[in-house]
Design a protein around this ligand. Sequence first.
Ligand SMILES: CC(C)[C@H](C(=O)O)[C@@H](O)C(=O)O
Ligand code: SF4
Length: 470
Amino acid sequence: MKTIIDKIWDAHCVRPESDDAPAVLYVDLHLVHEVTTPQAFDELRARGLAVRRPERTLATLDHSTPTLPANPDGTLPYKDAATRNQVDTMLANCREFGITLHGFDSGQRGIVHVMGPELGATQPGMTIVCGDSHTATHGAFGALAFGIGTTEVGHVLATQCLLQRRPKTLAVTVNGTLPPEATAKDLILHIIGVLGMDGGTGHVIEYRGEAIRALSMEGRMTVCNMSIEAGARAGLIAPDEVTFAYLRGRPNAPQGADFDAAVACWKQLVSDPDARYDREVVIDAADVRPTVTWGTNPGQVIAVDQHVPAQRTAAAARSLSYMGFDGDAPLLGRKVDVVFVGSCTNGRIEDLRAVAGVLRGRKVASHVRMLVVPGSEAVKRQAEAEGIHTVILAAGAQWREPGCSMCLAMNGDEVGAGELCVSTSNRNFEGRQGKGARTVLASPATAAACAVAGVIADPRQYPPLVEEAA
Ligand SMILES: CC(C)[C@H](C(=O)O)[C@@H](O)C(=O)O
Ligand code: SF4
């Protein structure tokens, strides 16, 4: 009796682990971006090695790319020479090693964890790796997807295999139905609050239960994306009809009769009814409220209308002092300086629809700087086709080019020292969004409500406005 995690592991295990060596795991898809690959390609060059399977390697540009439009002379407004150099190095490496790069003008560039799924490159049952800690996003499709380090990126480029110790398994079962005001982001923040920021260490999480099944693919990606924020090595959701419907017709997915044959195989990718997990946690979806972080790690969460906890530990006191919040006091009403909507957690079309729903007919508070950054070119196109960008611009927010942007502030999109940013991204560490920047993680609906209110606000106070009949 096996879990889906065991099934995928066993199907890819080239050599099982022994006391003195990890297992050798075959990798179906290797995603690469400009930040964690330069030394790996250098290593290949130094050893005279080729990329073992370039057709299973897919590249993008996301972390260092500017989100402002091109300069009048056609050049891009890079933050500095280092970021431009990272992108140029990636372009040269992909050319030299024969790797498909979805770069500028491809129409398909995007944050690596947004682009893979929308191309249909991410598929159930695959092993997927990327030199990036949020690779678990791809687990939403029932894939075993790990973040790896730059040395391992080199190993995978050269061998298409990865050395890994077999992970422990953790079932997170979410029973019942989410209340209408709670989104997938609120759910995963709530889950991390329950598990703690290292509660998943050494484990791969399988998210399951009625409330998980009810999520769209976008919502499932949001949930799996943040598995690492609970310390887990990966997180996944068994594929079902929602998964298959999402994948059908995507360019890198199997086509026609091959797709139907693939679905027949993918349907086997479920945990057997009496499969045993190393650990199980049960969550009641009805308990989930619009949830935000109050501190400097993603496990420090409260429902938005709760009080920040009293300072009980030195770590909590340090978090509060960095954030400039008081213990045992409400977050609601705290002044907000910046709102960031985007990232591989919440930069997809449904997220932008939720933001437009709140902003339509309303204005961003005059002291708030709000950036809306689509997760990919495809998301941007879709949003513009739906008129979402018009709503965002009319509200006074900025509509940018796709990329990681202010999620980690590598490209020049930064929050100022001491400023408070409500962000739909996944990390609220000290300095994550800029030196001295303070981050409150939230759902797109909550972020948009805060932008309008100009303070930390409850999204339930900002329901979509119904247009009056003419
Ligand atoms: C730049 C990259 C290595 C990093 C990661 O691994 O996650 C980034 O994507 C992040 O979110 O901090
Ligand atoms: S959007 Fe943020 S979390 Fe996602 S890959 Fe980019 S920097 Fe990392």
